[in-house]
Design a binder for this molecule. Sequence first.
Ligand code: NAD
Ligand code: MN
Length: 336
Amino acid sequence: MAVIPGDGIGPEVTQATLEVLQALENRFSLSFDFKNVEAGDGSKSKFGIALPEKSYQTISSSNACLKGPVGESAKQVIIALRQRLNLYANIRPAVTLPNVPSIHSHVDLVVVRENTEGLYKGIEDKTPEYAFSVRVVTKEASLRIARVAYEMAMKRRRRVTVVHKSNVLSSCELFSECCMNVARHYPKVQTEQMYVDNASYQLVKNPRRFDVIVTTNMFGDILSDEAAGVVGSLGLSPSMNLGDQFGLFEPVHGSAPDLPKGTANPLATMMSARLMLEWLAEKHKDDALKQASEALWRSIIQILRKRVFTPDLGGSSTTAQVTQAVIQEISTQNPS
Ligand code: NAD
Ligand code: MN
């Protein structure tokens, strides 16, 4: 699998996650083939390009990609990868976890974000006098993401909230119509529609009302950071970017240039790796991978129970201490 260390805290949290994956390799007799890939601000200053073609080739010929956050070149790296690899579904769970301080308890929702178009389509221009970014919404992409959301809801609490701003934006009108067309095929799922401004309010006031939120690209970007804040930290928010064949897994957060060295929470990246193992296990019908993904999840829950917390959770553990604690849990657990 391809690994993008990225910028800022990226290399630290990615290295921490690779150490944890190595512990899982040993424990479950797995063999991962990690291929380090350069992309991001570092690559841009070194080679003059944020996503060199060689990196793209390595990523696209891998079975999956684990990505650390990149910095200011996010548009040239992650937006480009999502569009070029057609990773149309961005799935971002937000769940309250044991002992983690949060403004609400018992939150368990997932943001399903359209990942290839909307305001991030890249049809833009900027002059000193004016600038524009065209918001593109197609029927094809909207139906596709709605199906992902409804399939997911069927495996969860069977509730979908379609989030848009159709009272103002025609592009949202089409998005809403497409979602409602898909909704008709899922009579067991309860559907509600909500304007994005209200949704961001409800997310803070009453987040337990949400199960699956389906929305367009930028709204999903913003609401998923908000959901991370509601459950405690961006340092605990993983994500998957899925297409029909390929998956790219990354934390929701960015390169966090404001963080002192060694203090970043590596769990969002580890939780993304866990989603990657689960996805690979499902795809290849591989039981050892499934066990590894479950062990990783249990280990993360265990260290949270023990309050091994980085500063974002109110603790004083370092990135390295959290990593060692997770590895310790992996090596002492019974393989279920
Ligand atoms: P950010 O997500 O990097 O940080 C937001 C806040 O969350 C900061 O206070 C930060 O300290 C905190 N935070 C983030 N990750 C954390 C972690 N693992 N542990 C503890 N605290 C954490 O957002 P930003 O500051 O707006 O962006 C910084 C850079 O990241 C920008 O250059 C942006 O382009 C880039 N970015 C990249 C991606 C990506 O690669 N997918 C995503 C978002 C932002
Ligand atoms: Mn974001």
